[in-house]
Ligand binder design. Sequence first.
Ligand code: ZN
Length: 87
Amino acid sequence: MESLSNHDPVAKLRCPRCQTRLDVYERRSGGRTIAVTVLGPAVEQTAEGLETIELPDAGPEITCPACRQRFDPSGPYRPIPPLSRGR
Ligand SMILES: [Zn+2]
C-alpha cells in the first residue's frame, strides 16, 4: 500500500469553465499534479485528459486537465457584479 500522506490533496477546486472537479497534489519534486475527480457534464465525452502535471515555475495558475483552461486557484470565480452602483 502506498502512504496516504503523499496523497492528500492540498486543494479541491472546480474548473470555472467546464465545472470539472479537481484535486491538487503537491509533488515531492516540486510543482503539482492536478487530477480530475469528477468530470463536468460539458467534457464528460471530450475530456482531453484526467491529469495534468505543472512544473514548479508554472506560476500560480493551474490548468484544467479536461478542457485546458488555465485559472487562478485562489480566485473565488463569482460572477463579477455589474458596475451599476453609480449615481
Ligand atoms: Zn475545465
